[in-house]
Design a protein around this ligand. Structure first.
Ligand SMILES: Cc1cc2nc3c(=O)[nH]c(=O)nc-3n(C[C@H](O)[C@H](O)[C@H](O)COP(=O)(O)O)c2cc1C
Length: 536
C-alpha cells in the first residue's frame, strides 16, 4: 500500500503533528505491507497560485509556475493513502499547506459539475481518477483541546475529499510532544494513534480507539499551567524568567503535580540545584500545587541535586532510583514522596503483571507450610505430621490464582519430605531442626543470586522487574534476606544446643522471629531513607 505523508508543518521534521502521523503509519504497517513516502513542504519550493487559470486553458493540466509542485502531484496520483499532517494555524492549515492545496488546480478540469454529497454549490470533475484513494488528516494544535478549533479545516476538506470522506485525528496540547520530559505521557497517546493506524489499515478506526484519541493528555488547568510556565515570560510581559532554565523547568514540574494523589497531608518539596546555587519550593496541596521562589516554608522533603542530573532523570536519560542509589542526588525528610513519585508527578504505571495471567506471588505461600510444620510438631505426636504434609500439598492449590516462586515450591517440597520423614521415623526433633537449616539456607543462599528471597515477592509493590535495578531496593532486600537466613541458621543451632529445654527453645523460637519482624518493619523504612540522605 503506497502511503504519502504530506508534512505541512513549517517546522519540518521537528513537527509535533508528524510524530502522530508517523505513529499512525507505523500502526498501518502492522496490518499491511506499506511503501511510505514523506514530502516536507517546508523544504520544498512551492509558490502560491497566480490565479491565471493557465493550467485549464493555455497548458491543460500543467501549471505555468516552475517549481516542485509537479513532483507532489505525481505522488498524489500514485498514492493509495494520503496523510495530511499539519499544525493548526489560526484555526486553519498553515500557509505552506494552503499553497500546496491551491496548486492542485491542474488536477481538476475546468467544467462545472454537480455535487451529490450536499457540500457547497458545485465542483470540478477530476483530471485523474482519485476515487479509490483514502485520506487521513492528522493535526496537533496548541490549545488544551482540539474541540471546536477545526471547523474551518473540516469544512475545507469536506469540499476537497468529499463530505466526511476522510479519517481525522486532531489533538490538543500539541507542544507537549516536543518535551522530552513528558515522553511517558505522550508515548501513551502515540500508542493509541498507532493502534488507530492499524485499525484503519484493517478497515476503519474503532469507536473505542476514537474515544481514547479524543481524551486530553492532561487536565485543562494542569496543561495551561505548564504551557504558561514554558514561555519563561511573566504575565506582565517581562522577559526576566527566560534566562533561568531551572526556574522554567521546576515551574513546569510543579504544574505536573497530580492533585488526585493528595492523601490529606500537605507537603512542601524543596529542590536545591547544587550546581546553580538555586532553590525552589513546591507546595503540594489538595487543590493543586503552588510554586514559590521566596518566603520559603519549612520543607517536608528536600532534594539536593545538580540541575543536569535532575533534567536527565526527567528526560528519561537516567533512572531516578538508580541515580539516587549512585548518590547523584540526595533526599532528606519525608521519603514517601520519592517512593510514590510517579503518583505525584508522573504517569502512574500499572503494576507489572507476572509472566502468566496470574496474580503476583505472595510470601504466605512460602511461609504457611513452614509455620504449620513448626507450630504443630513440638506439641503433638509424630503421626500428626500428616497436617503439615497436607498443608504443603494444599498451599499451591489455595494459591492457584497466584504465581509461585521457586521458594514456594522448595518450601512445599521440603515440608512435605520432612513431614513424611517424621511419619516414617516417628522422630519429631530431627526433621524440625533440618527444617530450620533448609529454611535459613534458602534465605541465605538467595543473597548470592540476582534476586534475594524477599525481593521475589516485594518487587511487585515497587514496579516489578524494574525494582531489581534499583540499588536502594536491592541493598535493603539483600540485608534483610541475610538477616532472616542468619536468624534461622542460629535457630537450628539453638534447637540442638537447647535439646531437652523445650520450653526455653519454644520461647526463643517465637521471640526471635517476632523481634526480626519488628526490625524488618523498621529497616525497610529507615534504610532506603538513610541511603537517600547520603549521610552514611
Ligand atoms: C502562527 C501560529 C498559529 C497558530 N494557531 C493556532 C490556533 O489557531 N489554534 C491552536 O490551538 N493552536 C495554534 N497554534 C499552535 C500550533 O497549532 C501547535 O503549536 C502545534 O502543535 C504545532 O504543530 P507542529 O509541531 O506540527 O508544527 C498556532 C501556532 C502558530 C505558530
Amino acid at each position: 500500500m503506497k502511503i504519502l505523508i504530506i508534512n505541512g508543518s513549517p517546522k519540518g521534521k521537528r513537527s509535533n503533528s508528524l510524530r502522530l502521523a508517523e505513529a499512525f503509519v507505523k500502526g498501518m504497517g502492522t496490518k499491511v505491507s506499506t511503501d511510505v513516502q514523506t514530502v516536507e513542504l517546508s523544504s520544498m519550493n512551492i509558490n502560491g497560485c497566480k490565479g491565471c487559470f493557465g493550467c485549464w486553458k493555455a497548458t491543460p493540466g500543467k501549471c505555468v509556475i516552475k517549481d516542485d509542485m509537479p513532483l507532489i502531484i505525481e505522488k498524489l496520483i500514485e498514492a493509495d493513502v494520503i496523510v495530511y499532517s499539519f499544525p493548526l494555524y489560526y484555526f486553519s492549515v498553515p500557509g505552506i499547506l494552503k499553497n500546496m492545496i491551491d496548486r492542485q488546480l491542474p488536477m481538476v478540469l475546468p467544467f462545472m459539475a454537480e455535487r451529490t454529497d450536499g457540500v457547497g454549490s458545485g465542483s470540478h470533475p477530476g483530471r485523474y481518477d482519485m476515487s479509490g484513494k483514502r485520506f487521513v488528516l492528522i493535526s496537533t494544535c496548541g490549545f488544551y483541546s482540539a474541540q471546536g478549533n477545526y471547523d474551518a479545516v473540516c469544512s475545507m476538506f469536506d469540499h476537497i475529499c468529499g463530505k466526511d470522506n476522510y479519517e481525522k485525528i486532531f489533538c490538543g496540547q500539541g507542544e507537549l510532544f516536543s518535551i522530552e520530559a513528558l515522553n511517558d505521557h505522550t508515548a501513551r497517546y502515540l500508542g493509541i494513534v498507532e493502534r488507530a493506524g492499524s485499525e484503519f489499515a484493517g478497515g476503519s478506526i474503532g469507536k473505542a480507539t476514537k474515544d481514547e484519541l479524543s481524551q486530553l493528555l492532561f487536565p485543562k488547568e494542569q496543561f495551561e499551567a505548564m504551557a504558561d510556565a514554558s514561555w519563561g515570560v511573566s504575565r506582565d510581559g517581562k522577559n526576566t524568567e527566560k534566562a533561568d532554565k531551572s526556574l522554567v523547568f521546576t515551574k513546569q514540574m510543579a504544574a505536573l503535580y497530580n492533585k488526585n494523589s493528595f492523601d490529606g497531608k500537605e507537603r512542601v518539596l524543596e529542590i536545591r540545584y547544587t550546581d546553580l546555587d538555586k532553590k525552589y519550593q513546591i507546595i503540594l496541596k489538595k487543590d493543586g500545587s503552588e510554586f514559590i521562589t521566596e518566603d520559603f516554608l519549612e520543607p517536608t522533603t528536600v532534594i539536593e541535586t545538580p540541575f543536569t542530573v535532575w533534567t536527565d532523570i526527567a528526560e528519561g536519560k537516567e533512572n531516578g532510583a538508580v541515580a539516587l542509589g549512585k548518590h547523584l542526588y540526595t533526599v532528606n525528610g519525608d521519603f514517601s514522596l520519592m517512593v510514590n513519585w510517579d503518583r505525584y508527578f508522573g504517569v502512574e504505571k500499572p503494576v507489572e503483571k507476572s509472566v502468566s495471567d496470574k496474580k503476583p506471588p505472595v510470601m504466605s505461600a512460602m511461609l504457611i507450610p513452614w509455620c504449620v510444620f513448626w507450630t504443630i510438631m513440638p506439641f503433638v505426636g509424630a503421626q500428626w505430621a500428616i497436617i503439615p504434609l497436607a498443608a504443603a500439598a494444599l498451599t499451591p492449590v489455595f494459591m492457584i490464582k497466584h504465581e509461585l516462586t521457586i521458594y514456594d515450591r522448595l518450601s512445599a517440597g521440603a515440608v512435605a519430605i520432612l513431614s513424611a520423614l517424621t511419619l516414617i521415623t516417628g522422630d519429631t526433633d530431627m526433621p524440625r531442626n533440618i527444617g530450620y537449616i533448609i529454611f535459613g539456607s534458602m534465605w541465605f543462599i538467595s543473597c548470592f543470586t540476582k534476586e534475594p528471597l524477599c525481593a521475589a515477592y516485594v518487587k511487585y509493590s515497587y514496579g516489578g522487574e524494574s525494582a531489581l535495578s534499583n540499588p536502594l531496593f536491592m541493598k535493603t532486600n539483600y540485608i534483610l534476606a541475610a538477616a532472616w537466613g542468619g536468624l534461622y541458621l542460629i535457630t537450628a543451632a539453638l534447637s540442638w544446643m537447647l535439646c531437652g529445654h523445650a520450653v526455653v527453645f519454644s520461647a526463643l523460637s517465637s521471640i526471635l522471629p517476632a523481634a526480626m519482624g519488628a526490625f524488618t518493619a523498621f529497616f525497610i523504612n529507615w534504610y532506603p531513607k538513610h541511603l537517600a540522605a547520603g549521610t552514611h
